[in-house]
Write a protein that binds this ligand. Structure first.
Ligand SMILES: *Cc1c(COP(=O)(O)O)cnc(C)c1O
Length: 386
């Protein structure tokens, strides 16, 4: 039997040990963690909707009406009228004929590969895709091929070599640990040349990018018809929980029949669906949040450049500072914590070896002074330890 204590010690020695801090209030510009008040540079609640009064009220009202738990799976009797309304609204907003709700993004991603692919099929992915897409490929039993980040020459070779089965080409639309974006037009044309299904995971684009926050396809002016499988999550910019897959009528019906992570799990609470409907409406009725976020991203990059802090090539709310060594990333993150800033050190295996980083995520409600304070503190620490 494996010596778990020893395995844990080894993780600690490698500077890869993970521990959880305790959150004592809502997500916001500031958060309470482990009894301290900190500026929050670590949440995916980009627009501040998770604690929006209207979203909370929608949740409370729906809980009064439907209770808390949904009581069963969607295919039994847990599919409420609110879930259904949300599916219609998500389809409309994302520009697809239909959408299907899932309890988490992880499960939505498992559903697609598992339902469409099996032995003899190919799943081709960017190496920096989210872990759930990689796990999905493994679960499906199909053959997983991974190309170096955004290396479409390699991708083309892999597509050429994928003979005789279904091909599912999957990419994050916004890469979650880097913040850069996929070249969707190129993915579309390669997928069409090779008759591959193209699936995009827009967890970090939906709600923030494109016209009215419709996501990466709108941002890159790609027609929905060219991306047959679109996935996005609800726990990030929308501030609630869950995810959806959007696509054709036939795709969605096929998933309802075959996707194990849809069929064999309890439906998300109706109140979560109601809160999400409210968030979705706020995207359109309160566009200033998205504008503020875009302004914060631009000014953060300018302020960093002025201080000689190197950022990665990202135009999204994810703005990592590459550190390299995992221990050093942890030290920097802890030093910043004591100065009142919360940002996560992201270490292997979440990112490749020697590419540990501080993953800064910006919010719409950050003020210019917050950005300056963080960058000044970071610049000072970098100078001290250089
Ligand atoms: C967060 C995330 C997921 C998983 O979504 P959950 O709803 O948190 O399970 C999937 N893909 C990407 C790119 C993500 O960032």
């Amino acid at each position: 039997m494996k010596d778990l204590q020893q395995a844990l010690q080894q993780r600690q020695q490698q500077g890869l040990y993970r521990r959880r801090r305790m959150l004592q209030g809502p997500q916001g510009r500031q958060i309470q963690l482990d009894g301290q008040t900190l500026l929050n540079f670590s949440s995916n609640d980009y627009l501040g909707l998770s604690n929006h009064p209207a979203v909370k009220q929608a949740f409370i009202d729906a809980a009064q009406r439907y209770g808390v738990g949904s009581g069963s799976a969607h295919l039994v009797n847990g599919h409420s009228e609110i879930h259904h309304q949300l599916e219609l609204a998500l389809a409309e907003f994302s520009g697809y004929p239909r959408a299907l709700l899932f309890s988490t993004g992880y499960m939505a991603n498992l559903a697609v590969a598992q339902s469409l692919c099996g032995r003899g099929d190919f799943i081709i992915q960017d190496k920096l895709n989210h872990a759930s897409l990689l796990d999905a490929a493994q679960l499906s039993g199909g053959r997983l091929l991974r190309y170096p980040h955004k290396d479409h020459a390699q991708l083309q070779q892999q597509l050429q070599g994928a003979d005789g089965g279904e091909i599912l080409l999957c990419s994050d639309a916004v890469f979650s640990m880097d913040g850069d974006e996929a070249d969707i037009a190129s993915l579309v044309s390669l997928s069409q040349q090779h008759q591959a299904w193209l699936m995009l995971d827009d967890a970090h684009g939906f709600g923030v990018l494109g016209e009215e926050g419709r996501g990466s396809l709108s941002r890159q002016q790609i027609s929905n018809a060219d991306v047959p499988i679109y996935m996005a999550t609800l726990g990030k910019a929308l501030g609630t929980a869950g995810a959806f897959i959007a696509g054709s009528e036939a795709l969605i019906e096929y998933l309802i029949q075959h996707a194990r992570s849809y069929i064999y799990t309890t439906a998300m609470p109706a109140a979560v669906a109601a809160a999400t409907l409210c968030s979705l409406q706020l995207l359109t009725s309160e566009p200033h949040r998205r504008q503020q976020l875009a302004e914060n991203i631009a000014s953060f990059r300018q302020l960093a450049a002025a201080r000689g802090i190197a950022l990665m090539p990202s135009d999204t709310a994810i703005q990592p500072v590459l550190v390299g060594d995992a221990d050093r990333a942890t030290q920097l993150s802890e030093a910043l914590f004591t100065q009142g800033f919360h940002l996560a050190a992201i270490r292997p295996p979440t990112v490749p070896a020697n590419s540990a980083r501080l993953r800064i995520t910006l919010r719409a409600d950050h003020q210019q002074d917050d950005l300056i304070a963080l960058l000044d503190a970071l610049s000072q620490l970098q100078q001290q330890t250089r």
